[in-house]
Design a protein around this ligand. Structure first.
Ligand code: IYR
Length: 222
């Protein structure tokens, strides 16, 4: 017997036609998402970011430990410090850390060590992974499947920001240790990803890339 209380599931049963319509409508909206690297400084209301973060916090996680913490940064001084630190890491990455094979794979994206979006975009959301959680009594609990859980939460967050009408970019400067230092996070947390969001610059462009067809990414055994 489970010792946690249970409650009846609230579940809306839709018609097959509704399932088809909604699954297609969601796909059609999500497939328009592009990673944007040029941002306008037009502000985005904090409430929009808060709602997107609530969506991220609704993600499933190992043993419901919710092993994430989000730091939403609009403070220009902090954004500047994050940009400077990230560009320093990226310079090392592009100049000697990355393998030739990796640099070759990045060529179609046209990325380099310059990261003006870290200051131009109105919001940076730093995502931290919590190896441990502390309860009200200060007792330390181990978290499970942390990378999977935080990855799912980031997926929820990107989908929420996109459907709200914002552009996004997942930025993963490597190493990302400076984020915990600049944002004063505890040592039990590890910087996982930096999500940039806002409106695209007027003249923003994106690389011409395609997504694989369903036939290539999925196999059905029926
Ligand atoms: N972090 C670097 C390099 C980079 C790596 C991958 I994998 C990308 O998909 C894009 C960029 C940068 O942000 O430039």
């Amino acid at each position: 017997m489970a010792d946690a209380p249970f409650t009846p599931l609230k579940f809306e049963h839709l018609t097959e036609e509704e399932l088809r319509r909604r699954s297609l409508a969601f796909f059609e909206q999500m497939v328009t998402r592009r990673t944007v690297r040029e941002y306008s400084s037009k502000p985005v209301p904090r409430e929009v970011i808060e709602n997107a973060l609530r969506t991220a916090g609704a993600a499933p996680s190992g043993a419901n430990m919710q092993p994430w913490h989000f730091v939403a940064v609009s403070n220009p001084e902090l954004k500047k410090r994050i940009r400077e630190a990230a560009e320093q890491e990226e310079k090392a990455f592009y100049e000697h850390r990355a393998s030739d094979e990796w640099l070759e794979a990045l060529k179609p994206l046209g990325t380099d060590a310059s990261k003006p979006f870290l200051e131009d975009a109105p919001w940076l959301i730093a995502v931290f992974l919590k190896k441990f959680t502390f309860d009200e009594a200060g007792k330390r609990h181990k978290n499970y499947y942390t990378a999977e859980s935080v990855g799912i939460a980031c997926g929820f967050l990107l989908a929420a920001l996109h459907q709200a009408g914002l552009a996004t970019l997942t930025h993963t400067p490597s190493p990302m240790k400076f984020l915990g230092e600049v944002l004063e996070r505890p040592a039990t947390e590890r910087a996982y990803m930096l999500i940039v969001t806002g409106f695209p610059a007027e003249d923003a462009t994106v690389p011409v890339i395609t997504k694989e067809s369903l036939e290539r990414i999925a196999t059905f055994k029926t």
